[in-house]
Unconditional design. Structure first.
Length: 120
């Protein structure tokens, strides 16, 4: 009975080591792992900013080339429940809206309203 427990423990430990090694190797060989991770970080920041109605500054580039030109947009944003890969930006001081694909966003900066602004 005890011998069987040891075998089961060793087997499960071996499986954990194997799975971890395979995941590590796959992430090392997969070139898209880091961009996916960065995209998820941007999605999280966008969700936070939209849920807290924060002012955002977005750095948007048309291509993935790091030397490519980019545009800077600022305002408040809303996430679209029907289009998970798009955000709607309401620029401050303007009546227009901008729809921006999330994969074009390279950097996001958020600003929380100060207590003085809320008091006025």
């Amino acid at each position: 009975m005890e011998n069987q427990k040891k075998k089961h423990t060793i087997k499960s430990f071996t499986k954990i080591i194997t799975d971890t090694s395979q995941r590590f190797l796959a992430s090392f060989l997969d070139d898209s792992y880091k961009p996916k991770q960065e995209l998820e970080k941007i999605r999280f920041q966008l969700r936070q900013a939209a849920s807290h109605n924060q002012f955002v500054v977005l750095q948007v580039a048309e291509s993935a080339d790091p030397t490519a030109d980019f545009e800077t947009f600022y305002g408040k944003l809303k996430l679209l429940p029907t289009h998970q890969d798009m955000v709607v930006l309401y620029p401050q001081g303007s009546q227009q809206i901008k729809m921006i694909p999330i994969h074009h966003i390279k950097k996001i900066t958020t600003s929380k309203p100060s207590s003085q602004t809320l008091a006025n």
